[in-house]
Structures are given as C-alpha cells and as structure tokens.
Design a protein around this ligand. Structure first.
Ligand code: CUA
Length: 329
C-alpha cells in the first residue's frame, strides 16, 4: 500500500514536509493512519472536484430560453451504495484508530516511571531516586511511563517526534508512555494555552545510549549537595521554575523581582509591612497565598512537598547574595 511505503521511507529519511522524524515505536502506526486518512480524503476531494467540473460543463444552460430539465428524483441502489461504502471506510478508520489508541494507552508492564509536574511555565521531571530535572532524560529502547500532574492550570505534554500528546490537569494524574529506539534529543512543547509564558514552556527529551542513562543519573543525583548553599540555591531557583515569574534583575514579572528584597521591609496587599527575613521567604515558598505583596496577584502554587528543607535554605542563601548579604562574610 502507498501509505505503508511512504511511512517506511519516512522512518529511514527521518521526517518529511508533513511529519517530524519517527523517534518512538508508536510513531509509525500513527503516521500510517494519518496517511491512510489523508489519501482517502485526497482521493474523494479529487473525484468530487472532477465530477463537479464535468457536470457543470456537460449540463450547462445552452440557450437563454432553456429551463431546468426533468431527471430522476430517486435512485435506491445509488443511495445504498454511497451509504455503505463510506460506512465501511469509517469503520476501517475507527478500527485502526482504536487499535492505536489502545497501544498509546497501555504502557508495557516493565516501564520505567518518571513523574512529570507541569506549572506555569516549566516542566519538572522527578526520577525514582528523587532527583528532579528540568529536562526529561530516558534510557534508549526501554518503555518509559510518565505520570503527570499540574500545579496550576491545564497544560499538555507534547513530543511531536514521539507522536504523543496528553493533557495535564491539576488535581489528577494523567499518564502516557513511549519507547525511543534510538539515542537522540527531541523537543517537548506545552500544547495547551496556559498563559503569557505558554510558548516558552519548552524542554528536551534526551534519549541516552545503552548504559549511559544510569551513569547520568548517578552523576546528577546529589550533585547540588556538594555545592555551597548559595550556589545550589541559584541552580534550584532556575531549575524549579522560580525564575519564570521572579526576575533577579529588578524587572517586573508575574511575581515580585527578587534582587534586593532580602532584609528590606515589604508592603503587603492588606497594607501591613513585613520584614523579608528567612522566615518570610520560607513562608512565601510553602504558603504563597498567606502573604501577597502589594500590586501582585495570588497566583503562585505552593512548594510544600516539592522542595526539601535543605533546598529552601539554599534558595534563601541565594536570595541573600542578591541583596549583597551572605556569601560576603
Ligand atoms: Cu503550559 Cu501551555
């Protein structure tokens, strides 16, 4: 079949005008169904346009005096034919689609599991040993299951090269899975409009060659513990998504800028003033709704259970350096 030939050629060529490279084991089936539907649609489009032009010319009004001619008003055989044939086609499309749907919804039992957290506007990937990364690293040729949830609004996890896309909804877990047979790098997009930073909500899937994934995970796990707290804090501030809303260069964002805040007096929405000390920062991270700075909206999700005490301390140490405190002495 033409569509099979095409998708086989694509797998070798690594993408085409229509489709990105096929980088997961599910991609070929998805593309095959796409081309199957595409060529059916193309065939009927061409057939209908050709017949339309032919009839328009063949039965055109030749003389000004000519009225509409009589013709058949009913043809049972014809009506049954144009009902049965499309019905058969949509049944085939349904069957192929349902098979693909089941495949995409049934991760193999031995799948490696990674937790995915989506928040405005950042992806976080948590590994079984507790390491959190802002890119998705996976072993080659092994099924990977993603258990995904959102902190704030609906997002959608989309990897075109893998042909997978799944919405992520706050307050529930949605799953998807894939197996990438070749090492490489692929783009992750958010495919559900989630606010001003939606188009920046990008990450990468890094498919590690055989054996390399374990080496990578060992290397990065606990790496922050070896850094001075303020440096670990700087990395956490970026990697955990704080920077998406809190500038450290004094520019306004969704949240207050963080440079020069530590040690100053901050005015709250209710008119009260609070000294920005360690306890204030800690409370702002764990219970962001409890103290809203004047001029800002209560949109920050809580980091309760998402940052360890040691990590919060490291972020506080980092914020001190932004006010010229800490580190210096
Ligand atoms: Cu997250 Cu769009």
């Amino acid at each position: 079949m033409l569509d099979q030939l095409l998708s086989k050629g694509l797998a070798q060529a690594g993408g085409s005008f229509w489709m990105p490279p096929q980088a997961s084991t599910s991609a070929e089936g998805v593309d095959r169904l796409f081309y199957f539907i595409f060529w059916i649609a193309a065939f009927f489009f061409a057939l209908i346009v050709v017949l339309m032009i032919f009839f328009a010319v063949r039965y055109r009004r030749r003389k000004a005096s000519e009225g509409p001619g009589g013709g058949p008003t009913h043809n049972t055989a014809l009506e049954i034919t144009w009902t049965i044939i499309p019905l058969g086609i949509v049944f085939v499309i349904f069957f192929l689609g349902f098979r693909g749907f089941l495949d995409l919804n049934t991760p193999p039992a031995n799948a490696y599991e990674v937790q995915v957290t989506a928040q405005r506007w950042k992806w976080l990937f948590t590994y079984p040993n507790g390491h959190v990364d802002d890119n998705l690293h996976v072993p080659v040729d092994r099924p990977v299951q993603l258990v995904m949830t959102a902190e704030d609004v609906i997002h959608s996890f989309y990897v075109p090269d893998f042909r997978i896309k799944r919405d992520i909804v706050p307050g529930r877990y949605n799953k998807t899975w894939f197996r990438a047979p070749q090492p490489g790098e692929h783009d992750i997009y958010c495919a559900e409009y989630c606010g001003t930073g939606h188009s920046d909500m990008l990450a990468k899937v890094i498919v590690h060659p055989a054996g390399d994934f374990e080496v990578w995970l060992d290397g990065v796990s606990g790496a922050l513990d070896k850094l001075p707290p303020a440096e670990a804090g700087a990395q956490l501030f970026k990697a955990r998504g704080c920077l998406q809303c809190h500038s450290v260069e004094g520019k306004g964002g969704i949240g207050p800028a963080m440079n020069g805040v530590f040690g100053t007096t901050v005015v709250m929405k209710d008119g009260s003033s609070v000294l920005a000390d360690e306890n204030y920062i800690r409370a702002s991270i764990l219970e962001p709704q409890s103290q809203i700075v004047a001029g800002f909206e209560p949109v920050m999700p809580t980091y309760q259970g998402r940052l360890k005490d040691k990590e919060i301390t490291a972020i506080i140490e980092y914020l001190k350096t932004l006010s010229g405190e800490g580190g210096a002495h």
